[in-house]
Design a binder for this molecule. Sequence first.
Ligand code: FE2
Length: 404
Amino acid sequence: MLQDKVKLNIDGEKVKLHTKNLRPGMYVCELDRPWEESPFLMQGFELKCQVDVEAVMECCEYVYIDVRRTDVLSMTLEAPPVGFLPEKKFSSLEGEIGNAEDTRKQTSDLIKSFIDEVRFGHSLDIQLAKSAVSECVASVLRNPNAMMLMTQLKKKDEYSCQHAFNVCIYSIILGRLAGLGGKDLEGLGTCGLLHDFGKMTTPVEILNKRGRLTPQEWAIMKQHTTQGRKILLSGKNIFGGTVEVAYGHHENLDGSGYPRGVTESQLSLNTKIVAVVDKYDAITSPRPHRDARDHLHGISVLTKMAKNRQIDAILANRFINYLGVYPPGSIVEWSSGEVAIVLESNPKQRLCPQVLVVRDSDKNPVERFVDMGKGACKITAVHDTGAFGIEIGQYRDAILRAMS
Ligand SMILES: [Fe+2]
């Protein structure tokens, strides 16, 4: 099903792409016909502008892109796929943000209670997780940007809880992009929510270690996959998908992962989806041993891992394309020096999102809602989470006010 929807294949360093998906910034290294039969003089060239793109579209149905010579930004400018549009009623961000906040709180409370249950050696009731996730699915299908904002409320000391929530939400979004719906999304979100519960048995001094792990510590860390499997197998109302994903989310398609070293054909779609979004969230979240890396770093790592056949290239590209250049929660700076938090992208102007300005040009605190699609402001920089002391969680009320 997914293969039919996304005609994209990675072959080593090359990506096969339908010409309707070409963007300026991509490097064309091979055509669907001999170069001699094309009007192009150079056997390999960068698409510098839309005119170049249209010239290729005129003579070819598909081409190959050299990923190493392609600007990563050009991979992110595609509008969200039509298939993502919610099935029923689409809420505005203003209409959804309050629901999203309530759902985030309820889900976080459930995760915290589950963490306690595991620490006390009690079994988990997976049906409770599924019920909480069904609310997350409903919110994402009404308006994914509200939940996307909730994923940005990242704090170092709450990593386990926030990571479980974020992987749940990102999994639902990527599952939707892959064509899943209803109960499948609930199951997938539950897999995302519980994928790392094995870490509750990992010693805290290893989980929170600031330096590099020793080989012995790393071996213990890796056991969270087998421990997770064990915990979820002993739960009430077992759901096989969660067991499979907890066990398999660190496996790589080429067999280089752990704990079993299995390859692509032995990994479920749920496992492949969680593997992609787990890596993105881990990279872009603050950790005990390092600060959060920014969104562009996150997607460049995903691109590299897809090229190396560690993660599924089709899913990774879908996720990258969906996130775009400035996903909700990004901290951006304007040419004026003002700094803002991205709230929602404008579908027709993805480079001009709606934002909450939180620093003036002297970097003094302010709070002002601006729709960049209606003004002349220009983004000149994207900053890491936490830049200028901006903790998005502190702006939760201001965001709710700006949206109401
Ligand atoms: Fe993990």
